[in-house]
Ligand binder design. Structure first.
Ligand code: BGC
Length: 946
């Protein structure tokens, strides 16, 4: 993020006389821009120049209306659609306004919340009637009605008043439902199969038959496991969740899920069943062996049935449940699954099944808090048909999915009973066409299926996942057809609703690789990689990728959830862990890693305008800053940690890197303190920031602008984290460009520096150099890996090369999203969609594409909390054509790369006079306009860029 020291929340718009816009900021208008991009970005943030903010308040009053009325839609509660089972007693509500009108904005809202759909449709908000609230707020609106109780379902709708003060119709109804808020709501007991030694063994099946006496009005299952569960009711799977209840720090808490099963039950005989897997709790995690938390899986399940006559019954896990082993002989996240279909327990999840041979379960009493999830579950997202088959060794068929993906394979097979088909998974092939598995290290990643014989059998594993492009099939009866293997893509169900593309096919492939990296590593927690015996919530990878992740998908819930693990695993002395959930001997207190505990909340705040995330993490963040302060000498942090991981022959001194991150996190905390009204803290942290900066400059920055170590990462961090005296910025930017030039326009940054490199160039007026790095195809570069065939982001630029083959198998993941952190710059600078820290959550934002390199067009679409933002440009016949979409109730500053405002048109009219378009200023490179919602088509003479 560009560093701006003095942002405040946006001043409330106020009415006032029209002003001569260019006169507002005379000094900006005339300033010779040595660092034009930087200056503009800083100066145009709302709140720095209240005049701009005030202008926005008045400018749309002049926009003529059209007949079509606005409407309200996309009602969400706690970042989810109609959530069932939330813990928050003050849930946050949001909605979007649908309107084609330019400059549409909300001037008021009214929320009705009712305890029944009938009351709601009658317009009676018995739980809450907000009345008309004069407000432009349409996100993060906190429910303030009657207290909410366990299990309570609330129905709500909202109407808004548009910019002309006209009310819309009420929205369609939406709902949310509370989970179990108090420990005593849980009457079921934890149970397990009879305890085992903790070695890998069969997945236990658990079941119970029960009878329901009357017609059913409503039924819910509240369920969790230490380990993983698959829940079945009357022969059907309940829910679409995979790897439920998800990974949390099981030393502290585990999530539970809530399912509406009203329609799955019937009066009379019913049966409920669960299959338990070892998962993260009892199975292998990274290279630390098994049983990091528990020895064997256990579960708790509470089915609550309400009859139409109002009476209730609860069927909970207790000693009356029975257990047996079934076809899953073993199932482990890293090792894979062995399934013997001959051992299937046909009908075990239906009533009438004879379970007298089954064993009684054992009651368990784990001390663990049960929480409702804050983020989306893992689900199957798509299927990937295999593209080709080869047979590099007799009987070993290698299926190519054509894409490095994460999940598992669906096997289709027909053959004799007892035949065993073995599936092994790999990201790459050896030169002889066999699969390359050395980089998986100890992750066996092998699924085995024993046929029961007869008709075609379809098999998918239950509690394991693999990172792969190739599936090797051995033991297949006969020659498999292409349809024998299908890739099943699995990840945390974040909506990937944004898009980026441009005229350079390599850059488009890069964007796709970044997306596949995010898909494969958003697996309940953000992981470093999905294939080898690691797959951990590495904080450094998370912090550098968070900004990109937040462009590609809605990550609000996902990160909110994971931040719980980050807090849970913070050490007593305030050190954030290097991985969250924390496991094994992995440490804490590492610069660039621990800082995720501050950077990720900042990202959620900036992207969604979420101040609750600040409050929830505030004391943890404050303790982290205090930890850094105490573990420093003269505010310089020690030279420890992982450094700029995987840098290319340019080692950034660890003390420099650590001190830079100390300053950055502290600075972000200062802004977040301000955002929640903790002004004294904001001043305190700002003051500390200036002290760290002074110490940094004294210790590390020479008079010639040379920073100790003299690396690109040094320069990028110093520029991006605002660590330099103003007079040194241009010098350091110059040194950075010179270093890149000397390396043949190539980068040398590692994980940590790479995400800041292109932004540092752009923010110092060197976007053309950033494009050279983006379009580079020599090592090291994104294009280099792509030219070697990468379909994901690799851990190393040269994980495999045509010339040298594989890098060391000890650390060579072909699906590691960290180097994909360039995606944020692609959205912000190539497509040109950037959030405004002074009006977070895209209340106000920037449209400022900077065409460059060999690109002739680019397009970004981003699903913001207000609706879809689009920014597309193309160069045609010496002109730049910009297509811009701004969602209702938000505003944007549009920077057009043309210094003469009079030469710019919007929808074929002079832009300065166009409906809803307000000229702000121009300089020697561009013209700046302020717009409200709507679709705009700008056209301007194209600048020549180097
Ligand atoms: C992981 C990285 C991680 C690093 C810490 C590696 O093994 O794969 O992504 O950040 O360790 O230096």
């Amino acid at each position: 993020m560009p560093s701006q020291a003095h942002h405040r929340t946006r001043p409330a718009p106020r009415a006032g006389p029209a002003v001569h816009h260019a006169a507002i900021l005379p000094s900006m208008h005339r300033r010779p821009s040595r660092l034009p991009a930087l200056d503009k970005r800083k100066d145009l943030a709302l709140g720095r120049y209240p005049a701009i903010a005030a202008l926005i308040g008045v400018m749309f009053s002049a926009v003529p209306g059209s007949a079509k009325a606005a409407a309200v839609q996309n009602l969400r509660c706690e970042y989810a659609d109609n959530p069932v089972g939330i813990d928050s007693t003050q849930p946050r509500l949001s909605w979007m306004i649908q309107s084609q009108r330019r400059g549409e904005r909300q001037t008021g809202y009214q929320i009705l919340v009712a305890s029944t759909p009938g009351l709601l449709s009658a317009g009676h908000g018995d739980l809450w009637n907000s009345g008309r609230v004069a407000s432009d707020r349409s996100t993060q609106v906190v429910y303030s009605g009657q207290p909410l109780h366990s299990r309570e379902r609330s129905y709500w709708k909202v109407r808004v008043w548009d910019r002309a003060g006209r009310p819309t119709a009420y929205s369609a109804p939406a709902s949310w439902e509370m989970g179990l808020l108090k420990p005593r709501d849980w009457t079921a007991s934890w149970i397990s199969a009879p305890p085992t030694s903790g070695a890998m063994g069969p997945s236990p099946y658990l079941r119970k038959s029960f009878s329901l006496g009357r017609p059913i009005r409503r039924a819910r299952i509240y369920v969790s496991a230490l380990g993983l569960y698959e829940l079945r009711l009357n022969g059907q799977r309940v829910g679409r969740e995979v790897f439920a209840p998800g990974w949390t720090d099981y030393h502290h808490r585990v999530d539970y899920q809530v399912y509406d099963v009203t329609r799955m039950l019937k009066p009379g005989a019913n049966a409920i069943g669960m299959i338990l897997g070892d998962g993260w709790d009892a199975g292998y995690v990274a290279s630390f062996g098994r049983n990091l938390y528990g020895k064997y899986p256990m579960a708790i399940c509470q089915l609550e049935v309400e009859y139409t006559d109002g009476s209730r019954t609860v069927i909970g896990t207790d000693k009356s449940w029975k257990t047996a082993n079934g076809p899953i002989l073993q199932s482990d996240m890293l090792m894979g699954e062995t399934y013997d279909a001959r051992k299937e327990l046909t009908g075990w999840d239906r009533p009438g099944f004879d379970d007298h041979g089954w064993n009684p379960v054992v009651a368990q009493t784990p001390e663990i808090e049960l929480d409702a999830p804050r983020g989306p579950p893992v689900r199957v997202e798509r299927l990937m048909p295999a593209r080709s088959i080869t047979e590099p060794k007799p009987g070993a068929y290698v299926f190519d999915i054509g894409q490095n993906m994460v999940g598992w394979a669906r096997l289709k097979v027909k053959g004799p009973r007892g035949e065993k088909v073995t599936l092994r998974f790999a990201e790459m092939l050896n030169p002889d066409g066999t699969i390359y598995t050395a980089n998986l290290r100890s992750a066996r990643a092998t699924d085995e299926y024993v046929l029961k014989g007869g008709a075609t059998e379809t098999y998918e594993p239950h509690f394991t996942y693999h990172g792969f492009r190739y599936v090797e099939v051995t033991g297949y009866p006969g020659r498999p057809r292409l349809s024998a293997i299908t890739g099943v893509v699995v990840h945390s169900d974040i909506p990937f609703s944004s898009s980026f593309d441009c005229s350079n096919a390599m850059v488009d492939r890069l964007q796709q690789n970044i997306l596949w990296g995010q898909r494969g590593n958003f697996m309940s927690v953000p992981t470093d990689c999905p294939q080898r015996d690691e797959r951990l919530g590495w904080m450094g990878d998370a912090e550098i990728f968070a900004g990109t992740a937040a462009f590609n998908a809605d990550v609000s819930g996902f990160y909110t959830q994971w931040l719980g693990d980050v807090r849970d695993t913070q050490a007593a002395d305030g050190a954030y862990p290097d991985v969250a959930p924390r496991v094994g001997p992995i440490g804490a207190g590492t610069a660039g890693w621990g800082d995720a505990g501050v950077i990720v909340p900042w990202t959620v705040y900036l992207t969604y305008g979420d101040t609750r995330v600040i409050r929830e993490n505030y004391s943890a963040m404050a303790r982290w800053i205090e930890y850094c302060r105490q573990h420093s000498g003269g505010l310089l942090r020690p030279a420890t940690g992982y450094g700029d991981w995987l840098a290319i022959g340019a080692d950034t001194p660890k003390d420099v890197l650590s001190t830079a991150f100390f300053a950055y996190s502290d600075h972000l905390l200062a802004r977040m303190a301000g955002a929640i009204g903790r002004t004294a803290d904001a001043a305190k942290y700002n003051d500390l920031f200036h002290q760290i900066r002074a110490a940094f400059d004294r210790a590390y920055v020479g008079p010639d602008g040379r920073i100790k170590g003299d690396t690109q990462t040094d320069d990028a961090l110093a520029l991006e984290f605002d660590l330099l005296p103003a007079k040194q910025r241009a010098t350091v930017a110059g040194r950075l460009v010179e270093d890149i030039r000397k390396r043949g326009w190539r980068l040398s940054t590692g994980f940590i520096g790479v995400g800041h490199l292109l932004p540092a160039l752009t923010n110092s007026g060197n976007t053309s150099v950033a494009y050279r790095l983006l379009e580079q195809t020599q090592f090291p570069s994104w294009g280099y890996s792509i030219n070697q065939g990468a379909t994901t982001i690799w851990e190393r630029w040269d994980g495999w090369t045509k010339e040298h083959g594989f890098q060391t198998p000890a650390m060579n993941s072909f699906n590691h999203y960290s180097l994909g952190s360039v995606g944020q710059w692609m959205y912000e600078t190539v497509a040109g969609i950037a959030p405004d820290p002074a009006a977070p959550g895209y209340r106000h934002f920037f449209i400022r594409p900077e065409p460059g390199g060999g690109l002739t067009s680019a397009r970004g679409a981003y699903e913001s909390p207000y609706g879809r933002i689009e920014s597309a440009w193309r160069l045609k016949d010496g002109r730049i054509l910009m297509d811009v979409m701004i969602p209702p109730n938000s505003t944007a500053t549009v920077t057009i790369p043309c210094p003469q405002p009079s030469a710019i048109t919007e929808s074929d009219k002079p832009a300065r006079n166009a409906n809803g378009v307000h000229f702000i200023l121009n300089d020697d490179q561009s013209s700046v306009f302020e717009v409200g919602s709507g679709h705009y088509r700008f056209s301007a003479p194209a600048a020549k860029h180097p």
